[in-house]
Design a protein around this ligand. Structure first.
Ligand code: C2E
Ligand code: MG
Ligand code: MG
Ligand code: MG
Length: 283
């Protein structure tokens, strides 16, 4: 087994993404009961400002620890949840859990929650957000929704209307994994995203001295600046990458270098340390 695994990520990754019908059926069966059995949990990954390196927010990332399947990556079970519409109750659970956890942090630290297109086109999406805010007592301005370009491929008008509704509540919306989708830039004229998140593949490309990736990041930052949107670089893993991103003018940084997704208890420790740190450097 260990020897097989030495065969590399690629070998194991492909069959996971193209799981057999039988495997999918088993996963779906387990996923249906994951919430009520308490098998889902959230990890939180810090986003820091590129200059001062203070924590600005955490992104909530769902984890599934299944007794039958072990640890299942969201890369595998989120698409399954989307296909089966299980993403609606799962997403609602994530939203409430994340908002509640954020009330334990200082008020200047925000929470980012990923939302799938399938959730957005539910007629009552905005009311599930309202409910999560009311239940938790979190201020709407502390909640940021992350969506990907793929939401505009289908039911674009419905998705846009839902996003405008939650923006009217005072929440912000970030455009995740920017540059990896296939949709047009037209929607950038219509929706006021707070932040464009530059996909990890460009950051890694730039780090590996691919001039095309550098040029694309530079162009995205310039475009975001003139649209009065902020930028976050995803997947920053080293000090060198952080420095490069800073020079490119990205406003915020997220990645293993500043912190991996961590359990709620560890995120609380990070935010407790943060003010002391800021004081120590006279910020
Ligand atoms: P995402 O929203 O783009 O989240 C960032 C992903 O990049 C996370 O993977 C995170 O662990 C990973 N990451 C962060 N920094 C680094 C880095 O420096 N290097 C590398 N190699 N990776 C890094 P994760 O947690 O496996 O989540 C994968 C995707 O699953 C997310 O991508 C998001 O699209 C989806 N997802 C996760 N939680 C939820 C959720 O609650 N709801 C929905 N709808 N989707 C979710
Ligand atoms: Mg995200
Ligand atoms: Mg992303
Ligand atoms: Mg991603």
């Amino acid at each position: 087994r260990a020897k097989d695994e030495g065969g590399g990520e690629h070998y194991r990754y492909e069959p996971a993404l193209h799981a057999s019908a039988e495997e999918r059926r088993k996963l779906e069966f387990s996923l249906r009961h994951a919430i009520e059995r308490g098998e889902l949990l959230l990890h939180y990954q810090p986003v820091v400002d590129a200059i001062g390196e203070n924590v600005l927010s955490f992104e909530a990332l769902v984890r599934w620890n299944s007794p039958e399947h072990g640890f299942v990556s969201p890369v595998k079970f989120i698409p399954l949840a989307e296909d089966t519409r299980l993403i609606v109750p799962i997403g609602q659970w994530v939203m409430e859990q994340a908002c509640t956890e954020a009330t334990n942090w200082p008020a200047h630290i925000r929470i980012a929650v990923n939302v799938s297109g399938e959730q957005l086109i539910e007629p009552d999406f905005a009311s599930t957000v309202v409910r999560a805010l009311a239940k938790s007592g979190l201020e709407a301005s502390r909640l940021e929704i992350e969506v990907t370009e793929s939401i505009f491929l289908r039911d674009a008008d419905v998705a846009r209307a839902a996003l405008e509704e939650i923006m009217a509540l005072g929440c912000s919306v970030a455009l995740d994994d920017f540059g990896t989708g296939y949709s047009s830039l037209g929607y950038l004229r219509k929706l006021r995203f707070s932040t464009i998140k530059v996909d990890r593949s460009f950051v890694q490309g730039a780090a590996n001295a691919h001039p095309e990736s550098l040029a694309i990041i530079r162009a995205v930052v310039a475009m975001a600046d003139s649209l009065e949107m902020s930028t976050t670089a995803e997947g920053v893993e080293t000090a060198e990458e952080a420095e490069m991103i800073r020079k490119l003018g990205c406003k915020k940084i997220q990645g293993y270098y500043f912190g991996r997704p961590m359990p709620a208890a560890d995120a609380r420790k990070v935010v407790r340390r943060a003010p002391a740190l800021a004081k120590a450097v006279g910020a």
